[in-house]
Design a protein around this ligand. Structure first.
Ligand code: ADP
Ligand code: ZN
Length: 730
């Protein structure tokens, strides 16, 4: 297929816009002509919208009615690999192209010409009349010192309309300035601060360097116990990539990890890389987006959406903690960043490094099958050794009601405190108590919008729904029987555990780490730094602490409820529990002091708990693989979830039944349909959710069949249908 790269003025172009239309639109190339892949502004009805030149126009309309594009935007055209990537990702996830383009253009002000870009900061004047809205604008500016914001940012953060800000500009209270030109990021120097690697690490680094040098696609699974130096090793691959003049992307599963990571990158390359995640200001986002496209950003660290930046020449993608479930986007476009990274790399001849101490079964199977190169670091770096792991059999421990820290665990914590070391008490539950029950009638307080219990958060002084975010005040009386003073918390959350720890160790310095206890990413970062510097004796935390942090004084990890993840029928539950337990245990003994992990469990002989304790990963993965192979589920079969939702439960089920009855397209490829059944969360935000699961052989053309199948139906009213390829739970 030959492609014209340049369209002279007046020739027909097909433009993909971000508007929800399922087709390209024809325009005439604007004055001066336009390149394939260029970003353009085009008229659509009375509006002007963002689009990208996707090819030659078809010209099947009256040529005289086709309008010219308004103008070409001042950003680099999107390269052919990125366009192919969007197309392939759309095909894989069954997402409309316009939604993919929206994902790839999430940078504010992209379509503004540079002269139109303005920023706003505090001016000299005072408002003639103080209103609530004006006060919020001034407070927002005061809170951020000298920072300047775009109009959109400022009005959104202050919760006011643009006209409030404009009014303040007129009075000189807020100053309007031309935005500075976007500038490239400081150069990173691959020779700046390299560490001397251990023999094992050097072998790994060399394999990765050779991969990067090849300038070809390849994926490596870098498996290494926590503290083995995976980061040091893959930073050498980044160095090689920088030497080659290509761009590198490092994906992290959690924003809270970026601060520590930035410091390491700066120590290694002499400057900080670009960042891309929800905590980055909009101005900085636009700069990053543009510089990634122009080559003014050599390295990006970011969240999964950083994959959709328009890299000029991407040579390496690192997916750190590749097993982490947060790589799966569960809202809007449903994709798994790990899988998309591999696809992205294959299309631009880049290398992928999947790093983890406890790889996903998917990656493990791909490595076993020879699709990925395997690299292993089996020991911790330097004098540090892996923590010893032991079970505390809770059946033998004497504990009063509503207490969760066993005498054995308490003794172990006492011993650490006495030595000036740190202990971590881990519980995978936010809030104070997962259930609030009425002791008069047995009623449990649930969310009005969802099929979920409300979780008490004492810190926030509210009940919170973890599904939809709905909150309400804790009632005095039971909402069901109206008896007062009988509502009681049941079960432990991190806040309740902290209360118990406070009673057991009144003199110890305690730090609670849970995402909702921090107002900002910055506060969380500071807290993590303070702990690392020895500012706490006992750390009480949720998942947040399990990921990647380095606390040198931490020598004991106590898992309050190791059985928590093992309930339920989800085939992935075992894998997740294994990963989480190994990961959290890995926080202990990261420096020269030996670490110990104690798991409180009621079923110490459970095969998953046994595997966690013995650390027999290979054995564990083999058993898991056998189970999944027999069930013909990922990674040994293909799966898709169809989530139907709507406000009327009968309509939603009717649609589900209609789909199940008309599944010829799926039968044709030998796929099976299960359901409709209530989705794992059957009601969210007042909408009923019903799920169908589709299972097919590994080689079956699942996407095409799915598209044909769901394409038979027109969705009426507020019914919605979402396809989830490779669902997280099955
Ligand atoms: P992982 O990513 O596998 O958990 P890290 O790369 O974070 O391991 O390494 C663990 C600790 O050991 C870090 O503090 C790191 O700086 C240190 N470390 C690892 N390798 C080396 C090395 N070759 N030289 C000096 N320090 C190292
Ligand atoms: Zn809810």
């Amino acid at each position: 297929m030959s492609e014209t790269e340049f369209f002279p003025e007046g020739t027909l172009i097909a433009v993909l816009t971000t508007q929800p239309l399922d087709r390209m639109l024809d325009y005439k190339a604007p004055e001066g002509g336009v390149l394939l892949g260029a970003f353009v502004e085009v008229p659509l009805g009375p509006r002007r919208v963002l689009g990208i030149v996707w090819g030659a126009g078809k010209g099947d309309y009256d040529i005289n009615k086709i309008r010219p594009a308004n103008r070409v935007l001042d950003v680099a055209p999107m390269g052919v690999d990125m366009r192919n990537f969007l197309q392939r990702a759309a095909d894989y996830t069954l997402t409309p192209m316009n939604a993919m383009l929206r994902l790839a253009t999430r940078a504010p002000g992209l379509s503004d010409p540079p002269s139109m870009r303005k920023i706003y900061r505090r001016g000299e004047g005072e408002p003639d009349r103080q209103t609530d809205a004006r006060r919020r604008v001034l407070e927002t500016l005061a809170n951020y010192g000298n920072l300047a914001f775009t109009m959109g940012e400022l009005s959104e953060m202050a919760g006011v309309t643009n006209s409030v800000v404009k009014g303040l500009v007129k009075q000189g209270v807020v100053r309007e300035e031309a935005a500075p030109r976007d500038t490239p990021f400081p150069r990173l120097d691959p020779e700046y601060g390299g560490k001397e690697l251990s023999a094992d690490q050097e072998v790994g680094a060399e394999v990765l360097r050779v991969g990067v040098q090849s300038g070809k696609y390849g994926t490596t699974l870098l498996r290494g116990v926590t503290g083995s130096g995976k980061t040091e090793v893959y930073l050498e691959a980044v160095a090689e990539c920088l030497r080659k003049g290509r761009q590198a992307l490092v994906l992290l599963p959690e924003i809270a990890l970026t601060a520590e990571f930035l410091t390491r990158v700066e120590a290694r390359f002499g400057a900080k890389p670009a960042e891309w995640h929800s905590g980055v200001t909009m101005t900085e986002r636009r700069r990053t987006w543009k510089m990634v496209g122009e080559g003014g950003a050599q390295m990006v660290i970011g969240a999964r959406s950083a994959l959709f930046l328009p890299y000029r020449d991407l040579g390496l993608i690192i997916v750190d903690e590749e097993h982490d479930t947060s790589y799966k986007q569960e809202d809007g476009v449903l994709y798994n960043a790990r899988d998309m990274a591999v696809l992205r790399a294959a299309l631009c001849e880049a290398q992928v490094v999947l790093a983890s101490a406890t790889p996903s079964l998917e990656s493990w199977a791909n490595a076993e099958a020879g699709k990925y190169t395997k690299l292993e670091l089996t020991s911790r770096y330097g004098a540090s050794v892996l923590p010893e792991m032991r079970a505390i059999d809770m059946r033998a421990e004497k504990l009063p009601a509503s207490r969760w820290i066993s005498p054995s665990l308490k003794a172990a914590v006492d011993a650490r405190i006495a030595k000036g070391e740190q202990a971590l008490l881990f519980i995978n539950r936010r809030g104070y108590a997962p259930v609030t029950i009425c002791r008069a009638c047995g009623h449990q307080i649930g969310c009005d919008n969802c099929d979920a219990r409300m979780v008490e958060h004492r810190f926030l002084k509210r009940l919170l729904c973890h599904q939809c975010g709905e909150t309400k005040a804790m009632p005095e009386a039971c909402p069901s029987c109206e008896v007062e003073g009988k509502l009681a918390p049941v079960g432990p959350g991190v806040e309740r555990l902290a209360e118990e720890a406070q009673e057991l160790w009144p003199d110890a310095r305690q730090a609670v780490l849970s995402s909702d206890l921090f107002g900002s990413a910055r506060a969380l970062k500071e807290s993590i730094r303070a702990i690392a510097d020895g500012g706490a004796d006992i750390i009480i935390g949720t998942q947040l602490v399990a990921k990647g942090h380095n606390f040198p004084l931490l020598t004991l990890v106590g898992v309050i409820d190791a059985d928590l993840g093992l309930q339920g029928s989800d085939l992935r539950a075992a894998e997740r529990t294994f990963q989480l337990m190994r990961q959290v245990a890995g926080r202990a003994g990261r420096s020269e002091r030996a670490g110990l992990a104690l798991l409180q469990t009621f079923q110490p002989e459970h095969p998953v708990i046994r595997a966690i304790l013995t650390g027999d990963e290979t054995g564990f993965w083999r058993t898991q693989a056998d189970e999944r192979r027999q069930a013909v589920v990922p990674p040994f079969g293909r799966m898709a979830g169809i989530i139907l939702s709507g406000s009327d439960v009968t309509q939603v089920f009717d649609l589900g039944n209609a789909l199940a009855r008309n599944a010829g397209a799926l039968q044709a490829i030998g796929a099976q349909v299960y359901g409709p059944a209530p989705a794992p969360i059957a009601r969210v935000r007042g909408r009923h959710r019903v799920r169908l699961l589709v299972k097919a052989d590994k080689s079956a053309p699942l996407q095409a069949a799915l598209a044909q199948w769901v394409g038979q139906f027109r969705l009426k009213g507020d019914l919605r249908l979402a396809v989830d390829i490779d669902p997280q739970s099955f």
